[in-house]
Write a protein that binds this ligand. Structure first.
Ligand code: APR
Length: 269
């Protein structure tokens, strides 16, 4: 592994890009410059909310029964960040790379929808998308209107201390599917299975790429963190872009220490 500092290194990555298609695997770091603090970083969501509770379906339900206001606070904090966030130059550079035919797809662990908003077309969202609803039984999905979502957050705060009013609000907002199960927010919680189809397409993409950009992820959450190993095994070069070394730095061929929003635009020059 080498920390990239010179123009020669950049040229060598660019020459690899010409040998075949690249894939980008992104994590919370790419959205940090859009104003969404990373999960495990300072000021991140997991500093204020214990992920053992707030990223776990059963614990979320039992917290709702005992202290519904905690769930309202969590959802308000999460969505106030997500609703105001706009794609940054890092997201736009990846969309441009796809348009130019250099990048095959983006595989992301993020739920913030920012790759789609930036114009990336082939995006595999391993952990779901906070702006979609998904049927908990048949996995049918539908988009969530951003204005309706903002309205839900406002109403939730108004009814914060009444479990029954909140339940009525939720039952209106999360309709029943044609299969009769209920829709929920399309986010994969800890301990839940990833969507099989999305994960297999992500695996297929890394197995066929010549270069994998590993961007803004701590590399501690599986099965996402296994994808770079699969790419490497098939001979792809791994280029890490992160402002700090990660758990996966040791398998990377190049390491570019810095902000994704400043580094990625270099590849479309
Ligand atoms: N540019 C590049 N990298 C950055 C930047 C930046 N501007 N800012 C922070 N980073 C890096 C951090 O150094 C860290 O390695 O982004 C990484 C963010 O790590 P995490 O907070 O652990 O986020 P992520 O790896 O996406 O988490 C994976 O864990 O909590 C679950 O489901 C959640 O999808 C999430 C998964």
């Amino acid at each position: 592994m080498m920390a990239l500092t010179t123009k020669e290194d950049l040229d060598s990555i660019k020459s690899w890009l010409k040998k075949g298609k690249a894939v980008a695997l992104t994590g919370a770091g790419i959205s940090a410059e859009s104003g969404i603090p990373t999960f495990r970083g300072k000021g991140g969501l997991w500093e204020k909310y214990d992920p053992e509770i707030f990223a776990n379906a059963e614990e979320l339900l039992s917290t709702f029964r005992q202290k519904p206001e905690r769930i309202v606070d969590f959802l308000s904090d999460l969505y106030s960040l997500l609703l105001q966030a706009k794609p940054n130059p890092g997201h736009f550079a990846l969309a441009k790379m796809e348009e130019k035919g250099i990048l095959d797809c983006v595989i992301t662990q993020n739920i913030d929808d920012l790759h789609n908003l930036a114009g990336s077309r082939k995006v595999f969202e391993l952990h779901g998308n906070a702006f979609h609803l998904r049927c908990e039984k048949c996995f049918r999905r539908m988009g969530l209107d951003r204005e309706k979502l903002a309205d839900l957050i406002n109403k939730m705060n108004k009814y914060k201390n009444s479990k029954w009013k909140l339940l009525r609000l939720f039952s209106q907002f999360f309709p029943k599917c044609t299969c009769l199960a209920r829709f929920r927010i399309d986010i994969v919680l800890f301990g839940e299975m990833l969507d099989y189809d999305i994960l297999s397409k992500a695996n297929q993409a890394v197995n066929n790429c010549s270069l994998l950009f590993l961007i803004g992820t701590s590399g501690v959450v599986y099965p996402a963190a296994q994808l770079p190993f699969a790419a490497k095994e098939k001979g792809a070069k791994i280029v890490e872009i992160n402002n700090n070394p990660s758990e996966l730095s040791y398998i990377c061929d190049y390491q570019i220490l810095g902000k994704a929003g400043e580094i990625l635009p270099e590849f479309i020059k």
